[in-house]
Design a binder for this molecule. Sequence first.
Ligand SMILES: N[C@@H](CCC(=O)N[C@@H](CS)C(=O)NCC(=O)O)C(=O)O
Length: 226
Amino acid sequence: MKLLQFSTSHYCRKARLALGYKQISYTVENLTPGLHALRLKPLTGLTTLPVLLPEQDSLPTAIADSTQILHFLQTYQPEPSYELPDPILQSQACLLEDWLDESIGVAARFVYYQFRSQEGKPLDPSLASQLVIQVVRWQYGINTAVVDLAAKRLDIALTELAYRWKQPYLVGNQFSVADIAAAALLSPLARIPVYCQTYPWLFERIVEVHHRCAESLPPGLETASC
Ligand SMILES: N[C@@H](CCC(=O)N[C@@H](CS)C(=O)NCC(=O)O)C(=O)O
């Protein structure tokens, strides 16, 4: 299997966590932002990463979208499972995954890129890095007003997740797609000191999920600094 990705994307991290959890061996192809659409459009009709290429005759050529990739992997290799046996709990996990993908992952992106362009500039003040950050801000329409709303949305989300992650898993008593989605899509916050200070439990859970999935820790969590 091959994973087409942007190496720094938190949605691509989500797909890598799932592949790691399932212990499926795969290669990665890192695409260049801007040129990625030329490679992706003919394959999926979309321009977003991650995309999984199963590279086997009887399987689809390309699977776009992290949620679809997790769904495909569960069917392709059912064990170890991240599907909950109780259909009501599984439906809750899918709902949480969708909310994390569509709302919270986007909010985390907004807050992260705002931080990197302001207080977080010293993390990499190079012209190349700041140029990428400005392009991303322009591409997604990131400005102070939307970042303010995104930060409020994250606070609500983290209040909900704090209750759920008091238990080892977000839903029921088993690891699920909700744990994978939350660990990946909130990982950019590890670079932002205010989140590290306010939500230390979040980063403990993110580290746990990464260990479980044999995936290297996200930037900001490789040392005990967060
Ligand atoms: N819902 C999608 C979102 C993926 C997404 O937003 N990917 C970003 C990278 S973090 C991307 O590929 N952006 C490039 C573009 O939109 O052209 C998923 O879960 O896969």
